[in-house]
Design a protein around this ligand. Structure first.
Ligand SMILES: [Cu+2]
Length: 162
């Protein structure tokens, strides 16, 4: 029994080592990185507690690396602001975590603690039109600072995509 378990572990380690050179050989796409920032020199609360970038567009299937979900920061998907069928998520207590996004559409994301200061971000996976109207329609339900920030982000998205 004990021997068998050791054998499985050894097999897994061997597999991991064997995979490393193959992964390096491929042209892996660059991972988009989102930072969570506390900037005590900022002039407004929405600037002091923020995601960087606040607006991120990636292709479907892309991996996003969320950094800095520590202290009181979280990365929390907003109910009704993610595509139908996409899984809700919350990251907390993780210096770094990768999430892969398959479902196209917009993802409204907040920090659960600092959202009231406007700490939100808009992630766009592939085609935003999938749930853009539904997500915008939910804005009046949000706290004032969140709503104001999202209005800016949706406007910026429209500007970028013509
Ligand atoms: Cu926060």
């Amino acid at each position: 029994m004990e021997y068998a378990r050791r054998a499985v572990v050894a097999f897994l380690l061997a597999g991991a080592v064997a995979l490393a050179p193959a992964a390096q050989a491929e042209d892996l796409p660059e991972v988009a990185v989102v930072h969570q920032i506390i900037d005590l020199n900022a002039d407004t609360p929405a600037h002091a507690f923020r995601f960087e970038p606040k607006l991120l567009q990636v292709p479907a299937g892309a991996t996003v690396r969320f950094k800095g979900s520590t202290g009181r920061h979280t990365v929390t998907s907003i109910l009704r602001m993610i595509p139908v069928g996409a899984r809700a998520f919350e990251i907390r207590g993780q210096p770094e975590l990768d999430l892969t996004f398959e479902k196209e559409g917009v993802y409204g994301i907040r920090c659960r603690v600092h959202g009231r200061h406007g700490m939100v971000m808009l992630l766009v996976v592939g085609d935003p039109s999938v749930n853009l109207e539904e997500a915008r329609a939910y804005l009046p339900k949000l706290a004032e600072a969140e709503r104001v920030e999202f209005e800016k982000l949706f406007a910026a998205l429209e500007g970028q995509n013509g």
